[in-house]
Structure formats: C-alpha cells, structure tokens
Design a protein around this ligand. Structure first.
Ligand SMILES: NC(=O)c1ccc[n+]([C@@H]2O[C@H](COP(=O)([O-])OP(=O)(O)OC[C@H]3O[C@@H](n4cnc5c(N)ncnc54)[C@H](O)[C@@H]3O)[C@@H](O)[C@H]2O)c1
Length: 537
C-alpha cells in the first residue's frame, strides 16, 4: 500500500480491510511506511491465501478446486471483526509516538492511523465513510501535491532533450575507482552492491589497505546490524579488489576518479587513464568543484570524460549528479544515466559550473545562515527553525557533519574569491583550533564522546558576537519564520539562475537534487516547487 508516499491513504476500503486481515499493528506498519512487502511475508500476515510456485494457472485452478471440494465457506473481509478492546486508544497513541520521528511534518500517516483505528471501533460501512473523508483531505493537501510532483520529477530526470531514449549505451560490466578515501570506498560499494566487480587503485599499499579495511568494516557493520546476511556481505566485499598498477585497469568499462581535489593530481591521473584504458572506456571524475572541461584536456578523448558527482556517504545517499562537459559524447551521458539506476541512484544531469547544481545552491543557503547569526540568532535557533521546517538537519549541524575544514580548504583554494571572501572570522579560528566538527567532537557545537547531539558552545557565540561588532551589525531577536524565509530564498534564487543558465534542465531536477542530496523536506516538494506554491515568493 504505497499511497502514503504520495501523501494520501489507501482508498476503496484498504484501510478497513487490511487491519481485518493482518491485524491493526501489521496494517499500520504497512500503510504508514508504504513499503513493498514480499509475497511470503504477506502470506504469513494473512493477506495472501496461497502462493503458487511454478505454473500459476494450474496452481490457481488446483487451489480453487480444493476450496470447492472442502466446501470452504465464502469469507468476506468486511464481515470479519477486530476485537477493539485489544486495541485501546493508548495502543494508537503509542503507535503515533513510535513513528513520529520518521513521519515528521506529514499528515497522511496520521490520517491512516485514524482510519485504521476506525476499523477497530465501528462497522465496515462507517469506517469506509471516514476513510473517504480522510482520503479527500489528503488528496487536496500541499503534502500530496509536493510528493506527487517529486514522484514525476524523479522519473523525468533521465529525459534529456537532445539525447533520444534509444541512444545505444555502452555495456558496463566492470568498473575501477581511483582513490580509496571517503568517497572512493563508498563509490566502490555502490557497484559491488549491484554485483558489478570493482578494482580500486591507490597510490601506495598503506592507503589501499586502509581504504579497503574501511569498506570491509562497513560491510561487517551492516551484517552485524542484520541489514545484510554475512554471506551476502562477504560476497559483495569479494567483488572489490585493490591494485597499485594502472595496467590492471586496461579492460574496465568505466573508471571513476575520486582522488584529492587538486587539478594537477587529477590531470595526472586522467593522463595515465588515457594511456592505459581501452578505447571505449568511460573516464569519470567525482570532483565537487573543479572544471571538468579542463580535466578532459589531460586526455586524448575528451568525449569520454564526464562528471559523476556522488554524495557522502556515497553508498547511502541516493543522489548522483551526472555532469556533462563541453565535449562529452551523448552515448557516454546516456550510459551514465542508465547505470545510475543499476546502482540505485537518482541521476540528475548538470552542466559544468562552480558547484554544479547542489553545492552552488548550498553556498547562498549557508551564507544566509551565517548572516542570521551575526544579526543575533544562535546556531541552535537557526538549526531548530530549519529542522522544524522539515530539513533533515540545520545548516550548522550540517557543516559540523561535513567537517568545517572542507569549507576552510575550499575558500583558501578558490581563485575567484576576493581576499576578503576567503576569510571567515568564525570558522577559521575554529578550524585552526582543531575544531573540525563532529569528527573531532567540537565544531560549531560540542559533542559528547560517542554522541551526535549538538550542545551549544558559549565560545562560538562569543566569536560570532565579536565578528558582528567588527562588521557593525546590531544583534536582535529573530523569529523562526524569518530564519526559514531568509535561508530558503537564496536557494530558490540560485536555483532559478541555474535554470536560466541551462545548468539544470528543469525545475523538477533542481528539486530532486535538494530532496535526494541535501535533506530538503520531501513533503515540500523541493525548493522550486515550494517557491511556486508559497505566498512568500
Ligand atoms: N568528501 C565528500 O563529502 C565529497 C563529496 C563529493 C565529492 N567529493 C570529491 O571526491 C574526491 C575525493 O574526496 P574524498 O573526500 O574521498 O578525499 P580523501 O582524501 O578521503 O580520499 C582521496 C584518496 O585518494 C588517494 N589518492 C590521492 N592521489 C592519488 C593518486 N594519484 N592515485 C591514486 N590515489 C590517490 C588518497 O590516498 C586518498 O585515499 C574529491 O574530488 C572531492 O572533491 C568529496
């Protein structure tokens, strides 16, 4: 019952029949999550009468004949009764609380709970009337409009106006990843998880060992948590092998480079790849900020060069920005868009510019959040306001998670920034004190050992206040509404510029980037959909 993923509830009696068959608890789990249920599980839950292996028609006939022979009674689901006393109000309240985190900001799951509760309390016909009313309410909600928009946007991303659907793609049956760092390891896992063998190339033995050990530990953790059987984990890890030799990449179909963010290093790697890889091999870079057209000049085949920008952690985040460089061949683009689906990513096509779609928009969003702090809102107030809006986390918590050193390093190396723009009198002192964020236990916030809960730090507030004084900015109380509006506005404005410049193909593509890659609330449809339907814009 996937309706809730579209912001509605099952109509046509779904919320009244399923609890009668499977019990209110199982029905609630299925309806409020919208997850797909394997046939055997559905049979165990009482939803399916019989599973037929082999010849379906013959099996179904045999089952029907058996029912007739046994004089089985007609069993009408509507006539089944649930013992309501076993499911008092407190049961439903507890259930509400148990899913509160997962369904933050959503109304459809709440409507589902009310409808299922009705199934325990009132006759079928009455339950159906309530279900109908709740269904109508959901159908007209902004939540449903947003979720339906994303449903279609996520399917439209692979439509590229100048690349026909039937473009012949290149077969990809083996892949190489250059660099076994944070991103390289995660990218290798994406392919191994899809059953595609991966060769990981590193600079030296210790770096290779370290990288592969992290990947192995990651698989073992998944197995320990029961997300993966130990055999499956071992099988997947077995698809990844390390090397220090470029010759081992001669026959792979695709290479993804994920070495340090340094143009000289990347060019050297691409020159090597050009010299070793077979002619049909696609050469992709995971760069976040460098000019892919320039990287392509290091090769004799710029048409084979493309950007595949993964998001951290690469084995988890669903977004993949596929970046089309000036000379990238159409079949190379089509191949990468298709491949994304195999590795369970949502690909969005971008053109080359600083930060592509997602990070380019992030810049203005973070800048607005810093400005709000100078004006008197604390990082915690800012994060809270945006969390309440529905973001997975606020901008300060996000910076702490990514590492303040990333922002610091990027500013230092950007040649297009003025001297003044390169300095940040709040972040720079923090980084220089070794306060890099969650990974060091301190950043904008303080984190107790082993905890991800941010605690505000007066030292940071002092730094912010001093900077505000230096800039001559008066501090004041700022309410949540202003915080949200001032952070979301630059996102939308940059999104519009990205569309005007043709960096992204459609507003929906921009929305998919921010929902799948940056924790923008799904039920608000992404920044462009939100702006389109908000009185604020
Ligand atoms: N970390 C992120 O959140 C993130 C997100 C998206 C994209 N990226 C991009 O991904 C790339 C890698 O980033 P990272 O965070 O994984 O860096 P990292 O420092 O964790 O890993 C880089 C790895 O590359 C190896 N390496 C360096 N030079 C090499 C060479 N010549 N040959 C083989 N291996 C080499 C290093 O030993 C290291 O293990 C960068 O371009 C970065 O901008 C990073």
């Amino acid at each position: 019952m996937p309706e809730v993923t579209l912001g509605i509830i099952p109509g046509a009696g779904g919320t009244q029949r399923l609890p009668r068959l499977a019990g209110p608890k199982t029905a609630l789990d299925m309806i409020t999550s919208g997850r797909f249920v394997p046939a055997t599980e559905a049979q165990d839950a009482g939803i399916i009468d019989e599973l037929i292996e082999g010849d379906l028609l013959a099996g179904a006939l045999a089952f029907a004949e058996r029912l007739v022979a046994d004089s089985a009674p007609v069993r009408r689901v509507r006539d089944m009764e649930i013992d309501g006393t076993a499911f008092p109000e407190s049961f439903f309240d507890k259930y509400r609380q148990s899913i509160a985190r997962r369904t933050r900001g959503l109304n459809a799951p709440e409507c589902a709970i009310q409808a299922v509760e009705a199934a325990c309390r009132v006759p079928f016909e009455e339950g159906e009337v309530l279900e109908r009313r709740l269904f109508q309410e959901c159908m007209q909600s902004s939540e449903s409009a947003a979720l339906r928009h994303l449903f279609f946007a996520e399917r439209e991303v692979t439509k590229i106006p100048d690349i026909p659907r039937d473009t012949l793609t290149r077969p990809i049956s083996s892949v190489a990843v250059i660099g076994a760092g944070t991103m390289g390891g995660g990218i290798a896992m994406c392919f191994a998880n899809a059953g595609i063998p991966v060769t990981v190339l590193e600079n030296d033995e210790p770096a290779l060992e370290r990288g592969l050990a992290l990947v192995q530990a990651n698989y073992e953790r998944s197995a320990a948590k029961g997300r993966l059987s130990p055999e499956k984990a071992a099988e997947r890890f077995g698809l990844i092998r390390g090397t220090l030799q470029y010759e081992d990449l001669a026959q792979v179909d695709l290479v993804i480079e994920a070495v340090f963010e340094d143009m000289a290093v990347k060019k050297e790697v691409f020159a090597q790849l050009d010299a070793t890889c077979k002619a049909e091999c696609i050469l992709a870079t995971n760069t976040s900020t460098l000019d892919i057209d320039e990287i392509a000049t290091a090769t004799s085949r710029p048409e084979a060069v493309i950007g595949t920008h993964f998001f951290s952690p690469a084995n988890i985040m669903r977004l993949l920005e596929v970046v089309r460089a000036e000379r990238t061949a159409k079949d190379v683009i089509a191949t990468c868009m298709k491949l994304a689906k195999r590795i369970r990513k949502v690909p969005v096509l971008a053109r080359v510019c600083y930060g592509f779609i997602g990070n380019r928009m992030l810049h203005g969003y973070l800048k607005a959040s810093r400005q709000l702090a100078y004006e008197g809102a604390s990082p915690l107030e800012i994060d809270r306001a945006l969390y309440e809006f529905g973001m997975a986390m606020g901008p300060y918590a996000m910076s702490d998670l990514a590492g303040l050193d990333i922002d610091y390093r990027i500013r230092q190396t950007r040649t297009d920034l003025s001297e003044q723009e390169r300095v940040d009198n709040v972040i720079d002192p923090l980084v220089e004190l070794g306060r890099l964020g969650q990974k060091t236990g301190r950043g904008f916030y303080v984190y107790e050992k082993g905890s991800r809960t941010p605690t505000p730090d007066p030292e940071v507030h002092t730094l912010i206040r001093k900077e505000a004084e230096r800039l001559g900015i008066a501090q004041r109380q700022i309410d949540a509404e202003e915080i949200v509006s001032r952070c979301i506005r630059p996102l939308v404005e940059e999104g519009q510029r990205i569309l005007d410049e043709g960096i992204a193909l459609r507003p929906g593509d921009v929305d998919v980037v921010w929902v799948c890659g940056y924790g923008f609330p799904r039920h608000r449809g992404g920044p462009m959909h939100y702006a389109e339907h908000s009185a604020d814009f």
